[in-house]
Design a binder for this molecule. Structure first.
Ligand code: GN1
Ligand code: MG
Length: 355
C-alpha cells in the first residue's frame, strides 16, 4: 500500500509506485485507489477509483505489441467513424491525459486509461446460452456497423496474428529447435497437432477462395471482452487492441472455443471439458442476427469450421510456447502451457465429434 503526502494514492496491485505517481499527474488522480483487475494474459489492467469516477488503466505489453502507437491510431480511426456514422453505439475510447494524448509513455511503458462504464460488468465463463447469444450478437454488431468502413485503413499491429499456416510453420520449427526435454515430454501432443494438419489445408483453401472477404475483425472474442448491463444484456465489445482486417472465422472461432465449454483454457481437470450444443446454437443465432446478410454462402458453410480452426490454432500456440520455455504467455506453475495445450486438444477432439 502506498500513501503520498501531497497526492493520496492507495495502491493495492502490482505496479511500480514511481510510475503510478507520474501517471496520477497526467490524469489528475488524487485520493485514488488502484486495484488489479481482469484476467488478460498479455496486457496488465487495473481499476482506478478516484472520488466519484472510476477508470480502467491498462499497460500495453510492448514485448508483444512492438509499436503500441499503432493501437492508438486504430482506436482513433474507429472512434471517429463511430462518432460520425453510429453516434448511438457505445464505443469505449481511451481518455486524454493532460498532455492531450490518449496514450501515455512513461520510461518504456505505454499506458492508456478508459472510463469505467457505470453499472456494467464482464464475465469470465459463459453460464447460460443467453449470454453466449448476447456476446455473439455484440461481436457481430461491431463488424456489421463497420461494414462501410474501409478495413485496410487499420494498422496491422500484430502481423500474421491469426495466420494458421504461419503458426503451424513456427510450431514445426520449434519441434526441432525448442527445449529438448519438453519436446520429448510432449510427444503425444506434438503427434496430435501433426495428425490434424488437414485443418491448415482447409484454412488455406478458405482464405484463398474468391468470395471470402476481409472485414473489421476483433480477433479476441472471449466473453470477458464484452460489457454487459445489470440485466445481462450486451452493451458493447472492449479490448480492441487486436482489431485488424481479418476473416469472420477468427471471431466466430474464438467464441466457439471459449463459450461452448463449461470450463476455460485454464482448467486442469480435463474431464470437465465438454461441448454444450445449446451454447453453440446460441452463438450462431446471436452472430447471424447481425451478420447473416453480410456473409456469403461459402462463408456460412464454414461456420462450424471456425471452431476447429481457432481451437486448433490456440492448442498450437500454447504448445509452441511451452516448447519455447513460455516466452509468450508466461506461466503461473510448472507445465502451465502444456496443460493449456492439452486442454485445447481435448476441446478440439470433443468439438470435432460434436459437429
Ligand atoms: C491472449 O491477453 P488476452 O487474454 O486478452 C491472446 C489471445 C489468446 C488468449 C488466450 C495478443 O489474449 O490471442 O486467444 O490470450 N492475445 C494476444 O487466452 O496474443
Ligand atoms: Mg485481449
Amino acid at each position: 500500500m502506498l500513501k503520498d503526502k501531497n497526492k493520496k494514492l492507495f495502491y493495492i496491485g502490482n505496479m511500480d509506485e514511481n510510475i503510478l505517481q507520474q501517471l496520477s499527474s497526467f490524469y489528475e488522480w488524487n485520493n485514488a485507489t488502484v486495484l488489479n483487475f481482469g484476467t488478460g494474459l498479455i496486457n496488465h489492467t487495473w481499476k482506478v477509483i478516484n472520488k466519484e469516477s472510476e477508470f480502467i488503466l491498462q499497460k500495453i505489453n510492448s514485448n508483444i505489441f512492438k509499436e503500441p502507437k499503432l493501437i492508438d491510431d486504430n482506436l482513433k480511426l474507429l472512434s471517429n467513424y463511430f462518432n460520425q456514422h453510429h453516434p448511438e453505439y457505445l464505443f469505449v475510447s481511451p481518455i486524454k491525459g493532460l498532455n492531450d494524448e490518449t496514450m501515455i509513455k512513461i520510461d518504456e511503458n505505454y499506458f492508456r486509461c478508459f472510463p469505467f462504464i457505470k453499472n456494467s460488468h464482464t464475465i469470465d465463463v459463459v453460464q447460460n446460452p443467453q449470454q453466449a447469444y448476447e456476446a455473439a450478437n455484440q461481436f457481430a454488431k461491431f463488424t456489421a456497423l463497420l461494414n462501410e468502413f474501409y478495413a485496410s485503413q487499420l494498422k496491422i499491429n500484430l502481423p500474421d496474428f491469426h495466420n494458421l499456416s504461419l503458426r503451424y510453420h513456427q510450431f514445426g520449427k520449434t519441434i526441432s529447435n525448442g527445449n529438448d526435454t519438453r519436446i520429448t515430454e510432449s510427444k503425444n501432443e506434438i503427434d496430435f497437432i501433426q495428425s490434424k494438419q488437414l485443418i491448415v489445408k482447409k484454412y488455406e483453401k478458405f482464405i484463398q477462395h474468391t468470395e471470402v472477404k476481409k472485414r473489421v475483425t476483433h480477433h479476441d472474442t472471449k466473453i470477458s471482452n464484452v460489457l454487459f448491463n445489470e440485466s445481462d444484456k450486451g452493451l458493447c465489445v472492449i479490448d480492441l487492441d487486436t482489431v485488424m482486417p481479418g476473416y469472420f472465422i477468427s471471431d466466430v472461432g474464438d467464441m466457439i472455443r471459449t463459450y461452448v465449454c463449461p470450463v476455460s483454457e485454464e482448467e486442469q481437470d480435463l474431464n470437465k471439458i465438454n461441448i454444450r450444443a445449446d451454447f453453440l446454437k446460441a452463438i450462431q443465432d446471436g452472430y447471424f442476427s447481425e451478420m447473416e446478410n453480410q456473409l456469403n454462402n461459402f462463408e456460412k458453410d464454414h461456420f462450424y469450421f471456425a471452431g476447429e480452426f481457432l481451437i486448433y490454432m490456440q492448442a498450437i500456440r500454447f504448445l509452441t510456447d511451452y516448447l519455447n520455455n513460455d516466452i509468450y504467455y508466461g506461466c503461473k506453475y510448472e507445465k502451465h502451457n502444456l496443460i493449456r495445450a492439452q486442454n485445447q486438444i481435448i476441446l478440439l477432439q470433443q468439438y470435432q465429434l460434436s459437429i
